[in-house]
Design a protein around this ligand. Structure first.
Ligand code: LLP
Length: 463
């Protein structure tokens, strides 16, 4: 583990845990537009509204905890990504960040493609009518049944992750009498500066085929000999929640080098490269993410430059943002249940959810922001740790943040930027019922994934 602190915080601290946890200079009622979705604002009474609807009304109608997804913000982000990359590139939304049938329809309407990484995600995409040719299928250990389903459906590409898979996909496709378009996922040897569990391009990990030692070149050699597959390009994904473009640039350069080697050895210019997803978003005001147009420009400049110097035609670029599209568009709404002040240390604020609806804090040491949203307050800031209702002390939603000191049970608080990898990684730990996802747009709110019920739980438990 790369974790440096005890998950529940420094064990023996009797003062504020770290020097920088001094009360913020900013007004706690302010909502930083970097971390909140675009239609979020406070109304004249100080209550937060999203899509024009006040949170108290949302809590009353849909209950808490619940995720509220700002649909117009989601759509605007899709458009920003596809406009930034333009008609000569493809944007695949990474469904693992959050996928539902409504989301699939929005993607179609906004002209995006979709990356899926399991039979379940593929089923959701197809059920919601995503044209198969706009789907890319990923995964480091796709089952034969998943491969068959993807090939039968006619997915636009399967991203091959291992030597075994090259043969497996080729056999399935041949048996089904088709030629499946594929890319090969390579690991380019970049150390992305992110949490160890979400970095994916260094060599000591399970994904992809290393460029090192000629392995990727060998994979290309084999793929080009098999009738069942048509190799259309090379894929690289270096990790997640990355702010620095340098890793992407190194990755693009190394992938282009491989294209040049392939041209020299086989006389074939592979027409596509996919640079994956992984662009960071703001979870707190301290994060400073890049805009899609900056990312698009940086990537296309580097690919064009490298291709020119290698004498290659510039391939079609694709990218796979997940978090950068859906992450900032949702917040989780909780009701405060209990408040436990620890003199000189911090105040524990327990909410009606926890690690079952947001595992990221416990799993990656992720940082989040939080705000009192059912009202505004001019009370002094107090240092809080927002915790859930689960039976373990690592059940932390927001590790260190400030809330007004007049916070009381029954207040609503919200954690922004929970659109990605929160509902999609939610669990039933302690038999928690996974919260609903409610889409809000232009004064209307509708459930797109309903709240789980005890019946749902008991239906799986066959007794
Ligand atoms: N493409 C590939 C091949 C991926 O493996 C991923 C994420 C993406 C695209 C999308 O990455 P994004 O743009 O969303 O960062 N559960 C972790 C993140 C795991 C990401 C896995 N792959 C988290 O909560 O941070």
């Amino acid at each position: 583990m790369s974790r440096s602190a005890h998950p529940a915080g420094p064990r023996h601290a009797d003062v504020y845990p770290e020097g920088h946890y001094t009360a913020p200079a900013t007004d706690l009622n302010e909502l930083d537009p970097k971390v909140w979705s675009r239609t979020v604002t406070r109304d004249a009474d100080g209550a937060l509204t999203v899509g024009g609807i006040e949170v108290a009304r949302l809590a009353e109608e849909f209950g808490t905890p619940a995720y509220f997804l700002d649909e117009s913000d989601f759509r605007a982000r899709c458009r920003a990504w596809s406009d930034a990359f333009g008609p000569d590139a493809d944007v695949f939304y990474a469904g693992k960040a959050f996928l539902s049938r409504a989301v699939v329809r929005w993607l179609q309407e906004e002209g995006l493609n979709l990356d899926v990484c399991s039979g379940g995600e593929l089923a959701t995409a197809l059920d919601a009518g995503m044209p198969a040719e706009r789907i890319a299928f990923h995964g480091n250990n796709k089952t034969v049944a998943e491969i068959e389903r993807a090939v039968e459906a006619g997915v636009g590409r399967i991203v091959l992750d291992s030597f075994q898979e090259i043969v497996r996909v080729a056999h399935v496709a041949q048996r089904l009498g088709v030629r499946q378009r594929v890319q090969i996922r390579v690991t380019v040897g970049v150390e992305a500066h992110t949490h160890e569990f979400i970095a994916t391009a260094h060599e000591d990990q399970k994904f992809g085929i290393a460029l090192a030692d000629g392995l990727a070149a060998e994979a290309v050699r084999r793929a080009l000999t098999l009738d069942g597959i048509e190799l259309i390009g090379i894929h690289s994904h270096i990790g997640s929640q990355i702010f620095d473009m340098a890793g992407f640039e190194v990755s693009a350069r190394r992938v282009v080098q491989l294209l040049a080697e392939v041209r020299d050895e086989h006389g074939v210019e592979l027409p596509e490269i996919d640079l994956g997803g992984g662009l960071g978003i703001a979870y707190t005001s301290e994060d400073d993410p890049r805009e899609p147009h900056e990312i698009a420009k940086a990537l296309s400049d580097i690919v064009t430059r490298e291709c020119e110097s290698a004498g290659l035609r510039t391939p079609r670029i694709s990218v796979e943002p997940g978090r950068a599209i859906v992450g900032p568009t949702a917040f989780t709404l909780y009701e405060v249940g209990t408040i436990k002040p620890l003199e000189g240390l911090r105040t524990y604020v327990s909410v009606d959810g926890g690690m079952s609806d947001n595992i990221r804090t416990a799993l990656y040491d992720a940082e989040y922001s939080v705000a009192l949203v059912s009202r505004s307050s001019d009370a002094e800031p107090m240092l809080v740790r927002v915790v859930g209702k689960h039976c373990e002390s690592g059940d932390i939603v927001v590790k260190d943040a400030f809330l007004p000191s007049d916070l009381a049970p029954g207040d609503l608080i919200a954690v922004p930027a929970t659109g990605a990898y929160c509902r999609s990684m939610a669990s039933n730990y302690n038999h928690a019922l996974r919260p609903p996802v409610v889409a809000v747009r232009d004064g209307e709110a509708r459930v797109i994934v309903r709240r789980e019920t005890e019946e749902d739980l008991l239906r799986l438990d066959v007794g």
